[in-house]
Design a protein around this ligand. Structure first.
Ligand SMILES: Cc1cc2nc3c(=O)[nH]c(=O)nc-3n(C[C@H](O)[C@H](O)[C@H](O)COP(=O)(O)OP(=O)(O)OC[C@H]3O[C@@H](n4cnc5c(N)ncnc54)[C@H](O)[C@@H]3O)c2cc1C
Length: 462
């Protein structure tokens, strides 16, 4: 039971640089929301931090008053971990500063920044930090789970580019985590999620990618999907790490390069990014264009920032979402057959079957370097179930669960950031046994009371 009295809250407010919000106050309704509309929770307090000092105050307050504490970065965790009923949200979203050091391409990013904030600043210098593909996602949660996107096959995961972090621990102590300071904590932050503390700032190595990339989307006809995927899964694995090609099976959104009659029909979208010349990128993508018929395509040199926000509208805030995922060991014929069966039964226009190709730089980092564990997976299967009406919950959840179950025999492991609330055993699947044991030891050391537990939780007792 929390002991946060009105007087204690008043005292906290007096010490706080940002705002501390309660129900009924201006800003509370917006601040309590997270990306996934399934989670409609009402915390007692929302501490909107603007400084590291605020974060420390909030942690100490939550601890002293035995409150359930959620930490909110970009609020995009599909399992809704950044919010809670009755407790305290430590909201980092006002902390979004990004500073680029031109001398060494180091990029210092506040704990509540969004990917778009990071691209916006780094692109001033022709740099990018390897991260995800939707600009309104939070740097915080994404990085702490691993972080991959269009340039990670060439430049590594977000965690592979992390140089150091400022961390507020469960005791409210401020630590630096890097290869030389608290290296055990640094290891755990790189894949162990928000289990060990609140990162108020990350320092990354930026990659000099320039301001444009050769990129595009090919929309393949669904009727030839089996043939196309058989070729795709083999071909993309032969490509240099500069080229990243993914696959999305979904109902065609109204993309301007598609004829109107195709909108709303089942297609295989093939988005790609090449870090190199248009000529060489064009040569590398041609075999995928030639294989089976397409409804249309768009390809060319594109501004990186535009590409990075090009998919934002398809996954905007507030819809109901349920994600299931696992790493596929291969896209065998049998596995593709299951995928296509479920594609034909997509429960809504907004659902997607998302199949990124992962190999490349992440697999060149030694397995024990970070807590991010499954570095050698070729493909991820993401079942993005997305709908608007509560009355569709049962139907949509059932589709996702059945699909996941039907493809489990082709899978090994999962990315922690793509988990829903699937229970303790499933969190373990994001790690190898060695990594898990090390994470539990670390949790015992840095958060023995499991103060940070609204996450894909690693209990200190294992
Ligand atoms: C539309 C969309 C697109 C996505 N695309 C990608 C992608 O391309 N690549 C990829 O790797 N992942 C992707 N993801 C998954 C994403 O990595 C996770 O959803 C991640 O949890 C989002 O982080 P957040 O800060 O926005 O979320 P939040 O819900 O705010 O936080 C997620 C978890 O991290 C903790 N946390 C957040 N910030 C901090 C911090 N600074 N310090 C300590 N703990 C913190 C929270 O407490 C919570 O437990 C995507 C998700 C969505 C919804």
């Amino acid at each position: 039971m929390s002991t946060a009295t009105e007087e204690k809250i008043r005292e906290l407010r007096a010490r706080f640089r940002g705002n501390v919000l309660m129900a009924g106050e201006h800003g509370y309704e917006t601040a309590r929301k997270v990306w996934n509309g399934m989670f409609d929770k009402r915390p007692l307090l929302i501490a909107r931090c603007v400084t590291t000092g605020d974060v420390i105050e909030a942690v100490k307050f939550g601890r002293e008053h035995k409150m359930l504490v959620a930490v909110k970065g970009g609020g995009h965790n599909s399992a809704g971990k950044a919010t809670c009923d009755d407790g305290l949200i430590i909201d980092l979203s006002p902390m979004r500063r990004v500073l680029v050091d031109r001398e060494d391409n180091h990029v210092r990013v506040d704990g509540g920044a969004l990917l778009g904030d990071m691209d916006n600043e780094t692109q001033l210098y022709g740099l990018a930090v390897s991260a995800g593909i939707v600009s309104h996602t939070g740097v915080g949660g994404l990085t702490l789970g691993g972080g991959f996107g269009w340039i990670s096959r060439k430049h590594g995961l977000s965690v592979d580019n992390l140089l150091s972090a400022q961390v507020v621990t469960a005791e409210g102590e401020l630590l630096t985590a890097s290869a030389t300071e608290n290296p055990d904590l640094f290891w755990g932050l790189r894949g162990g999620g928000g289990n060990f503390g609140i990162v108020t700032s990350f320092t990354f190595k930026g990659a000099p990618i320039g301001n444009t990339v050769f990129a595009g989307i090919i929309a393949k006809k669904f009727q030839n999907a089996a043939d196309y995927i058989a070729f795709h899964q083999h071909y993309v694995r032969t490509l240099p790490d500069e080229m990243t090609v993914w696959m999305v099976l979904r109902k065609a959104p109204p993309l301007p390069f598609l004829p109107e009659e195709v909108h709303g029909s089942l297609v295989v979208l093939v988005p790609f990014v090449y870090l190199g010349s248009e000529e060489e990128g064009g040569r590398l993508i041609q075999p995928l264009i030639d294989r089976t018929d397409s409804h249309g395509m768009i390809t060319g040199m594109m501004p990186w920032k535009e590409w990075q926000s090009g998919f934002d509208g398809l996954v905007d805030h507030g819809a109901r979402n349920y994600w299931k995922s696992h790493h596929l060991t291969s896209l065998s014929e049998e596995c593709v057959r299951e995928i296509l069966t479920f594609a034909e039964r997509l429960p809504t226009e907004e659902c997607e079957i998302f199949i990124p190709h992962m190999e490349g730089a992440p697999a060149k980092v030694a397995a024990d370097t970070t807590a991010f564990a499954h570095r050698y997976t070729p493909f991820v299967l993401n079942i993005h179930t997305r709908w608007r009406e509560k009355s569709d919950d049962e139907r949509c959840l059932a589709w996702a669960r059945e699909f996941h179950e039907a493809t489990t025999r082709f899978a090994h492991g999962v990315y922690v950031n793509f988990l829903s609330d699937e229970g303790k055993t499933r969190v373990r699947d994001a790690y190898t046994d060695e990594v898990w044991e090390r994470l539990v030891r670390l949790k015992k050391k840095y958060d023995p009371d499991n103060f940070f537990r609204l996450n894909q939780n690693i209990e200190p007792t294992g």
